[in-house]
Design a protein around this ligand. Structure first.
Ligand code: FAD
Length: 338
């Protein structure tokens, strides 16, 4: 293949900005490219790691001894003129460009997910979510290429097994997502149940169109998320979900702890534990710091490494376990070939 490149530094392709190089690297701008790249990897006997915008990815310091397949498939179209509209996009389109496109066409459904970095191809992988909404609320289907066979197929919402930051795409890691269809609506009601949005509305902010809600979300996020230039991957950890029984025990151990009903269990805000139980607000572990405005976000200094981030993450996990008995899970994925 003539578009295969060798020894490509991966840090610039990620928002954390750490890690080594890819032994091989291909940029895929079409389904044909993806199938060709997977075939090439098979011929060479090397594994493949898939990369979108790199905003939820930790690259190992030793790099990737295999092929990194970077998805940049373009394209965005509306295919229905009814009240319910199918918005179909190539897997490499920036997620926030999709939100902007939907807002410009006054389509409801993804306005609360404004300003989440990354590509739409990765959005179903961890079922992106924010401000009370998740991708699963609007996901219709994704076209994928099967990594082993190179065959194409369509995974619908009925097979996607979405959960909190989880999906079939994450669980089995067997497919490369090349196209995503979302079902949006020409009519809708703003979901401003989340406190930050309710506060904007309470002081007279008008949130009656998808564009207005998306812009309000952007404002809130700008105040909460690290500024450009600081390495981060958004929330590094997931909020733990525990049983009612474990939560009751925790309430005895940690008076004042908060939790929210979540599909028959309790979701405990990890940031609250990091702040009120462990006093980790703004604390640094070497080159890595818990961002003081949003404790689930780890920010990195320019000389940070993957090793530093793992060390910090392990330290946080240990402290949480010792204080609460809860084993926390990472939201950020370490890039690996398979
Ligand atoms: C400042 C900041 C704020 C964030 N806020 C949020 C938030 O509010 N909510 C939220 O849910 N997330 C948030 N994130 C995390 C991140 O933006 C999302 O997870 C996003 O969907 C990742 O997209 P990406 O293209 O960058 O994926 P990448 O980091 O490139 O990849 C993530 C995973 O998906 C796989 N993948 C990527 N593309 C494909 C594809 N086409 N087919 C198959 N697998 C693929 C990769 O192999 C990897 O395992 C935030 C990140 C940052 C940096």
């Amino acid at each position: 293949m003539n578009n295969i490149r060798e020894n490509i530094a991966l840090a610039p392709f990620t928002t954390l900005g750490v890690g080594g190089a890819a032994r091989w690297f291909i940029d895929s701008a079409s389904v044909k490219d993806v199938i060709g790249a997977l075939g090439e990897a098979k011929r060479r006997g090397i594994g493949v790691a898939v990369l979108g915008g790199g905003s939820n990815t930790l690259v190992p310091d030793i790099g990737i001894d295999g092929l990194v397949l970077h998805i940049s498939i373009p394209g965005i179209e509306l295919v229905s003129e009814n009240n319910e509209v199918l918005l179909i996009t190539g897997g490499g389109v920036a997620w926030d460009a999709v939100v902007t496109y939907a807002s410009e066409h006054a389509l409801w459904g993804i306005e609360n997910l404004a300003a989440i970095p990354g590509t739409i191809g990765a959005a179903p992988v961890q079922n992106i979510g924010a401000y009370g909404r998740e991708l699963s609320n609007v996901f219709e289907w994704a076209d994928v290429v099967e990594r082993n066979s190179g065959d194409t197929k369509r995974i619908t919402k009925y097979d996607a097994a979405f959960g909190y930051r989880d999906s079939i795409f994450k669980k089995n890691n067997a497919w490369v997502i090349t196209k995503v269809a979302l079902c949006l609506s020409r009519t809708g009601v703003p979901d401003i149940s989340y406190k930050d949005l309710a506060d904007i509305s309470a002081v007279g902010g008008v949130l009656s169109t998808p564009a207005q809600v998306a812009n309000a979300v952007r404002t809130v996020r700008t105040n909460k998320m690290p500024p450009a230039g600081l390495g981060s991957a958004g929330s590094f950890f997931k909020n733990p979900i525990i049983t009612h029984k474990d939560y009751a025990a925790l309430q005895k151990r940690i008076p004042g702890i908060i939790g929210f009903e979540c599909a028959g269990n309790i979701k405990v805000p990890l940031a609250w534990i990091l702040d009120h139980v462990l006093n980790l607000r703004g604390v640094s572990f070497g080159t890595v710091q818990l961002y003081e405005k949003h404790l689930l976000v780890l920010i990195t200094k320019s000389n940070a490494t993957e090793t530093d981030i793992n060390k910090c993450a392990r330290e946080i996990s240990t402290q949480v376990y010792e204080a609460t008995g809860i084993t926390i899970e990472r939201e950020v994925q370490t890039l690996k070939v398979c």
